[in-house]
Structures are given as structure tokens and as C-alpha cells.
Design a protein around this ligand. Sequence first.
Ligand code: NAD
Ligand code: DAU
Length: 355
Amino acid sequence: MRLLITGGAGFIGSNLLQQIFRQDPPEIVVNLDSLTYSGNLKNLSNLESHPNYQFKKVDLRNATDVSKVVNTYAIDHVMHLAAESHVDRSINSPEPFLETNIMGTFNLLEACRQNWKESTGPKRFLHVSTDEVYGSLGPSGLFTEKTPYQPNSPYAASKASSDLVVRSYGRTYGLPVLITHCSNNYGPFQFPEKLIPLVTLKALHGRPIPVYGRGDNIRDWIHVDDHVHALWQVLTEGIPGETYNIGGNQESSNLDLVKTICAILDVKHPSSRPITETNQVLPHESLIEFVADRPGHDFRYAIDNRKIHQTFHWEPTYNLSTGLEQTITWYLEQTDWWQDILDQRYDLKRLGIQD
Ligand code: NAD
Ligand code: DAU
């Protein structure tokens, strides 16, 4: 296998690369990433000198550069993760989402279509999408692979659009495409603008913890290791043309989740509990502040895992409480990793963790 991973320097991509190189890695694994604010090569420093690993700093929006990588490395398998991924950013500034997520995906599909025309041997194009394309659930029900698309944010709409272009390349040109729709990931290396690392770092710094609305929105959380394991099974065992939903079966309201993180920190890091003027020590959850809701905020996501379970016997191995303990321990131990982001790589004012 000659594998191209896009977005390998991001959260899920770097966990995927780490898992691939912990096992028996393919002949060549090329990581194509333009290193936006969320891409971080430090996540992959242990792989730099591995003979089977190559990093290419390439922007998916540059069709010529993308095609050159596919051609030069004779790529035959693709796992496409690179994207603008944060919903709040898509609300503030949608354009990069449409450019990278739609046109970037188109450029990659074209590169494969052109380069794969003349070559024989097995090929696969796995497009990593999201459950957000399905829109919002009420208090009951689950997203299946047949749920109609109803994207509500510019991010979700850009992912839905890219899914449709990927599908069309399968139907029209016979490209062996597979699409996955996963629920909310958490785990090591997640950029601290997403809920779980954001809450952890805000709490450690004694900053107000912003909960949108009343915190009653529900997400179905999956540990990133379980997600990347499923992605590998879909790439190697999936049927071209099929789509697969992936979820952790671990639903939580945002408020419950934030309180759980705070309770873990009360035990693991008691020194950051807030202290009042009268020297009273408060639990971390006293930092919770209800703030204006996200526009178009989807109420609930929840995945029906039956297809991927029945097809590959895949199932999540983490429950939310063990996964959160492990993840928060990682953030408590890897202070250099996030301090570097806070110091150099991000607009601190917006994140509101430090002055
Ligand atoms: P991330 O933001 O942490 O990483 C995205 C990576 O893509 C970064 O390394 C970034 O540098 C790179 N990138 C962005 N624009 C690029 C461009 N124009 N050219 C080349 N590289 C570019 O995101 P993530 O959370 O790791 O998500 C990865 C994928 O998984 C995305 O496609 C996302 O839609 C999907 N997904 C994420 C979740 C989740 O909960 N995080 C759940 C389901 C699906
Ligand atoms: O469902 C999969 C999606 O999960 C992925 O496709 C996205 O790439 C990923 O970012 C994630 O999207 P969410 O919008 O669900 O994740 P986020 O961490 O931004 O927010 C999780 C929930 O927490 C959501 O209901 C909004 C809420 N929230 C978020 C932030 C950042 C808050 O209450 N306060 C916050 O400060």
C-alpha cells in the first residue's frame, strides 16, 4: 500500500498516523498538510526519521501541488482528513471552509482520477466526514447511513457538499470511494478550541468556563483511538461506494460533561481550584458561566453503529469516564504541548485562557 493521509498534523490525523506506525506500516505513508493553526508537526516528531514516512507541506487548494504528490509517490490509497473543522470559526468566517472542504476535496479527487486512470492494482479513497451533515436530532432517535442530509452550520454544509462530490466521483468515474460519518472525537492532541480541551485549560487557568445556552445540547462522544481504528477497518475492508457511521455510544449533555471534567480536575489537580477573597476553596465547576448560544446550535447528535459493527465487528473500547480520565491526564502531563500553542500559535484573546 502507498498511502496518502491528508490533515495528518491535525488532531485525528496525528492519532491515526501514530496508530498506523505502532503496527506494521505501509510501504510509504505521505502526510499532506498545509499546517494551518490546528496542524502541529510536534504531534509527529517521533515519526520524522521513519523510512516509510514523508511529510509534504501542501495546501489542498493548490491543485497542481496536490496532483504532484499523488503522482510522485504513486499513491494508491487515500485517507482524506484535512479540513477546516471548527463550527464556531465557520460561523465567523465561512469562506476558508468552502475553499478547503469543498474545492480542496475536489482537487484531491481530480488528482486521483487523473493519476489512477492508467494504473492497475487496488485503490481506495476514504473521505472522513462528520455526523453534522445529518443536522440535529430531537431527544430520541439515531443517525443511520440513510438519514437525509440537513446541515445547519457552514462547516456542516461544506462537509455535506464535499461528501456529495466524493459520491459523484464514485458513481460517475468509478473511483473506489468510501465515506465515514463520525460523532464528536476527544483525546490527546486535540486543539484547545474544542470543548473538552478548552474546558480543561480554562479550569487549570482559573478562567470562566463558557457553556453555550443552558448546556443541555447533547453530543455522542468517541475516543479518537476508537475512531482511527474504525477508519483503518473501513479503508482495508470496506466496500467502495458504501458509507459507514461511527459513534461512541456515549451521549452526554454539555453541562454534565463540563461538570465531569471539573470533578476529575478537583481530584487530579486540586491546586487550580478557585479561592474566594475569604480564602474559601471552591470546586472547578464554580467557574462555569452560561453564555450566549451558538447560532443554529444543533441540539443532539447520536449515531446508530449497527452497520459498522455488523460489517467489521468494530465497537468502541472506551467509555466516556475512562476516556476522559485518560485524556485529562494527558493534558495535565503534556503542558509543553499546549503551552507552545498558547505562546505562539494562536490568538490568545479569542481563546481567553491567558492574558
Ligand atoms: P483539525 O482541525 O485538528 O485538523 C485539520 C488538519 O487539516 C490540520 O492539520 C490542518 O493543518 C489541515 N488542513 C486544513 N486546511 C488545509 C488545507 N487547505 N490543505 C492542507 N491541509 C489543511 O481537525 P480534526 O478534528 O482532526 O478533524 C479531521 C477530519 O475529521 C476533518 O475532516 C473533520 O471534518 C473530521 N471529523 C472530525 C470530528 C471531530 O470531532 N474532531 C468528528 C468527525 C469528523
Ligand atoms: O460531531 C462531529 C463534530 O464534532 C466534528 O465534525 C467537528 O469537527 C468537531 O469540532 C465537533 O463539533 P462540535 O461543534 O460538536 O464540537 P465543539 O467542541 O465545538 O462543541 C461541542 C459542544 O459544546 C457543542 O454543543 C457546543 C458546546 N460548546 C463548545 C464550546 C467551544 C460550549 O458550550 N462552549 C464552548 O466554549
